[in-house]
Design a protein around this ligand. Structure first.
Ligand code: XIL
Length: 564
């Protein structure tokens, strides 16, 4: 760092991007140093030796932080930047990205940070979406120690729908020193074009899709993979779930204004960038999900929409449920009349592995397996009205699914089959969503479920005479996987995909839960088809091997319910 010129900025970047604004979208994954290879270039760098701190600001008019060059502490040279006068935890030095850097481009940020007495900081990201809402996320937490702490090659990117995009340091109220702040632009990655597109290989069989996170949207190579392989179907990873859609303040305001506390107020602002993308690219969307115990706020079930209120009665909850589902579909189709919302997970994960309803109770801070639906209804009798209302309000062509994980475990499988048989007789359900969060483990014998167990579950759901969608497919390796583990994963994926393929006449979509391993919700176990360098993994090749990209005339052999 020493001797390097300060504030070196690639001129072209100064002209800046900017655009309209919108939604959650960053790639907050810290990445290993070797990923930023020689082909990446430094676009901003300062060691503060020239005393210039003008590229940094505090965090707005309520932030009392004062920034100056200081020779009280330094990593390289004798000067660093001092952030003094901080009076709140969130006060801190900030660096704006969207007036200096390009959207849809990956950057790595490195810096050194030290507290005056002790370092206890967080490196964070913020932006304003197209609805004018400011969103925050933590990039690196627990920067704690008594000496200088390093932030190393933290990946950030943003879309052109985001404005006022900043990274910043926060935490505690003591003085903070920053040194050696470097922004590197990652080399542009071209994805592999000489491999077949998954969606094309299976074009005459079923839709092939993926789940998108807002972070993926700002990564060009990720979206190139989506376009090539997964543009048959998109599911929002989190942004269309109850906790993302229900707006507590608006619910309470409506209640206060009208005296009616049965008309929940909703917003799709979190999902907007994803839905904008799907609309622009004409990609069908799976709606995930309406009625779920998880990622659903407790206040939705409480008097006054207050987290500490009493539980509402079943009668009131039924009204809330109906009005919620009505508003959900009406708002969606009004905002996005051109998107094909072709499938909806009406109820998610209502049965335990043993085939019983969940325990009643709160979610609390999340992570609880208890269900507030069961709390209010006493049992799983909320399922039928959920499907009844979904049937009433879903747009034409939107098929209705019950969706679950461990869907191959006997107790749960039987409960789902029994429930679905009943709902089918009443004309309320169209299909079963098999989440398919699988574990390849270290050998095909150890894999869970075994391919044959999964195949049997497919048989059973097939016999129901309903459609099947594989809605969240991923298959984990052990942590710190070896090449051998990736080979096992490939063999396992092949077995599972062959089982799916054998039932293709009853399967309308296969959705992989994420694009690249590093963006997965189970990232430590590398469960997806593409790696963090956007390369197809052995698992990808095992699926497409031996198959042709069909032309309209090519038709594969028919399969029956036994997969023969
Ligand atoms: C997961 C998301 O991928 C995570 O980002 C989130 O933290 C938790 O939820 N079953 C489902 C999905 O139906 O909605 C879940 O998605 C994975 C399990």
């Amino acid at each position: 760092m020493k001797g390097k010129k300060s504030n070196r900025m690639i001129a072209a970047l100064m002209s800046a991007s900017m655009g309209i604004a919108a939604i959650p979208a960053i790639a907050p994954a810290a990445i290993s140093a070797e990923t930023s290879d020689a082909s990446s270039k430094v676009v901003f760098s300062t060691d503060f030796e020239d005393g210039d701190v003008s590229a940094f600001t505090n965090r707005g008019e309520n932030d009392t932080t004062v920034l100056s060059a200081s020779d009280e502490a330094a990593v390289s040279g004798s000067t660093s930047m001092l952030a003094s006068g901080r009076s709140k935890d969130w006060n801190g030095p900030a660096f704006r990205l969207d007036d200096k850097l390009k959207p849809y481009t990956e950057y790595y940020i490195s810096a050194k940070i030290k507290g005056r007495y002790y370092t206890n900081a967080t490196f964070s990201f913020q932006y304003t979406n197209s609805d004018g809402e400011t969103k925050y996320s933590n990039l690196v937490q627990n920067l704690s120690g008594s000496d200088w702490m390093s932030v190393e090659n933290v990946k950030v990117s943003f879309t052109d729908e985001m404005t006022d995009v900043f990274v910043y340091f926060e935490g505690g109220q003591d003085d903070i020193f920053i040194d050696d702040f470097v922004v590197t632009e990652a080399a542009q990655v071209e994805i592999e074009q000489d491999i077949p597109g998954l969606k094309d290989v299976f074009a005459s069989d079923f839709k092939v899709g993926t789940a998108l996170t807002p972070a993926a949207l700002s990564s060009k190579p990720t979206m190139d993979i989506v376009e090539k392989h997964f543009s048959g179907s998109i599911t929002a990873g989190n942004e269309m779930k109850p906790d993302a859609v229900l707006n507590q303040a608006a619910c309470q305001a409506y209640f206060e204004e009208t005296g009616d506390d049965t008309v929940p107020q909703i917003s799709f602002s979190a999902a907007k960038p994803l839905l904008n993308y799907c609309q622009k690219n004409n990609i069908p969307v799976r709606v995930h999900t309406l009625v779920w115990h998880s990622q659903t706020p407790d206040w939705f079930f409480k008097e006054g929409y207050a987290a500490d209120g009493e539980w509402v009665s079943k009668e009131k909850m039924l009204k809330r449920m109906e009005n919620y589902i009505k508003a959900y579909f009406e708002t969606l189709t009004e905002l996005y009349p051109d998107i094909d919302f072709y499938a909806c997970d009406v109820v998610n994960e209502a049965w335990t592995d043993g085939g019983a309803p969940r325990n009643p109770g709160e979610q609390g801070n999340g992570g609880s397996s208890n269900s507030a639906w069961v709390q209010v209804f006493g049992d799983n009798s909320f399922i039928e009205p959920a499907f009844t209302y979904a049937r009433k309000y879903a747009p034409e062509g939107c098929k209705l699914y019950y969706n679950d994980y461990n869907e191959y475990m006997d107790g749960k499988l039987n409960a789902i089959v029994e429930m679905a048989t009943d709902l089918k007789e009443k004309g309320l359900i169209d299909g079963i969503g098999m989440q398919s969060h699988l574990d390849a483990r270290q050998s095909l014998d150890a894999a869970f479920p075994s391919v044959s167990m999964y195949n049997k579950a497919l048989d059973k759901y097939c016999e129901l005479g309903l459609d099947i969608q594989v809605t969240e497919l991923d298959a984990t390796t052990p942590e710190n996987p070896t090449e051998a583990d990736f080979k096992v994963q490939a063999d396992y994926y092949k077995g599972i995909w062959d089982a799916i393929y054998a039932h293709k006449d009853n399967i309308s979509a296969v959705v992989v839960w994420g694009v690249t391993d590093d963006g997965s919700w189970r990232a430590k176990q590398y469960p997806l088809l593409f790696d963090a360098d956007y390369k197809a993994k052995p698992a990808f090749y095992s699926i497409v091997e031996g198959r042709e990209v069909p032309t309209p005339e090519v038709k594969y052999g028919d399969a029956d319910c036994d997969g023969n």
